[in-house]
Design a protein around this ligand. Structure first.
Ligand SMILES: [Zn+2]
Length: 333
């Protein structure tokens, strides 16, 4: 059995057997405090991602600085939005500095986006009932817009395939008038499926007949492009809350896609170095000068002190210390 599939079953096993069906959150992966060595800059990118809540466009950092202090001294990496090129090693930094996932992942997904575009063209050709017209309403969508839709209850997910240009909303028109409901949407959906796409009308819990996407769900996308876990991870808590509350209502079947996504993200993070959730007081050994030295260098930074086992994560005006740890599945008790 390939390692990945094997791991998948272990996770399912942990999720449902160790914790039991009574457990609301059946898939808990937690950052457990422990001493770590050989932290790398990629770990710091993730820590920033996972611990900094960016609520609006003006909180997105324009510069990021990463520092790792250990017995050999201090190593640092600097990134700025202007100079960060779309190189693989800069993707995560860049991703921390923009709310446009396509700016970061557009190259990675170029082939998929292209394929989806031709699929749409084919769909427009094969769908031609007399007197009706098909219009593609929206492709691309920034994260801010997605959040707005989520908050207004218009979308059920924090990150949608729309954000990657891998979903489209479709309208059917008759004599120039948009049809909100029509059996033709099911016909369109079936044609889309014949072409290899996925139809929103099949969504369990939140069917969306005018929606077509290139992957069955976010979990599927992350499975094929593991790097995208970095985009999904900052919404993990939202997914976990959604899953837990549906599970609590006895409606876990409605959020199966969410469960799969959580499993996929957990697979990606297990055994990785992390900043544990609960912030801690300022370490005693630090002086006012320690804070002073960063005053002018950054809009966001992460400082890891390996031996002392803490990490400081700062964005704009707020910064917190956290214990360093490693992600693992919580043992019961
Ligand atoms: Zn849609």
């Amino acid at each position: 059995m390939p390692l990945k599939i094997c791991l998948f079953f272990i996770l399912i096993f942990c999720g449902f057997t160790v914790y039991g069906v009574q457990e609301i959150d059946s898939l808990p992966l937690d950052c457990h405090k422990q001493s770590v060595k050989s932290v790398n800059f990629e770990d710091l990118q993730w820590m920033f991602r996972e611990r900094v809540r960016v609520e609006s466009q003006d909180q997105i950092p324009t510069h990021l600085d990463f520092f790792i202090e250990n017995t050999t001294g201090i190593k640092s990496q600097k990134y700025s939005f202007d100079t960060a090129s779309i190189k693989k090693e800069n993707l995560l930094a860049l991703s921390n500095m923009t709310d446009d996932p396509l700016l970061v992942w557009g190259n990675t997904l170029a082939q998929e986006i292209e394929n989806f575009k031709s699929l749409k063209d084919s769909l427009a050709k094969v769908f031609n009932p007399k007197g009706y017209r098909l219009k593609f309403l929206q492709n691309e969508r920034g994260l801010a817009r997605q959040m707005e839709l989520l908050n207004r209850g218009r979308s059920m997910t924090a990150l949608s395939l729309h954000n990657f240009n891998l979903a489209v909303d479709v309208g059917i028109y008759r004599r120039g008038r948009y049809l909100r409901r029509s059996n033709l949407y099911a016909r369109l959906g079936s044609l889309a499926k014949d072409l290899g796409a996925f139809w929103g009308g099949d969504f369990v819990g939140f069917p969306d007949a005018g929606h077509i996407q290139a992957f069955s769900n976010g979990a599927n996308l992350v499975q094929k492009f593991p790097g995208l876990a970095f985009e999904y991870i900052r919404f993990k808590e939202i997914y976990e809350q959604n899953y837990a509350s549906a599970f609590g209502r006895g409606q876990a079947d409605l959020v199966e896609d969410t469960r799969q996504l959580i499993v996929e993200l957990n697979k990606n993070r297990v055994q990785k170095i992390c900043a544990c959730k609960q912030a801690i007081p300022i370490p005693k050994e630090l002086s006012a000068e320690w804070f002073e030295q960063f005053k002018h260098v950054s809009t966001g930074y992460v400082y890891v002190h390996e031996q002392s086992g803490w990490v400081y994560i700062k964005n704009r005006d707020s910064g917190y210390f956290y214990p360093l740890g490693v992600y693992s599945f919580a043992a019961k008790n």
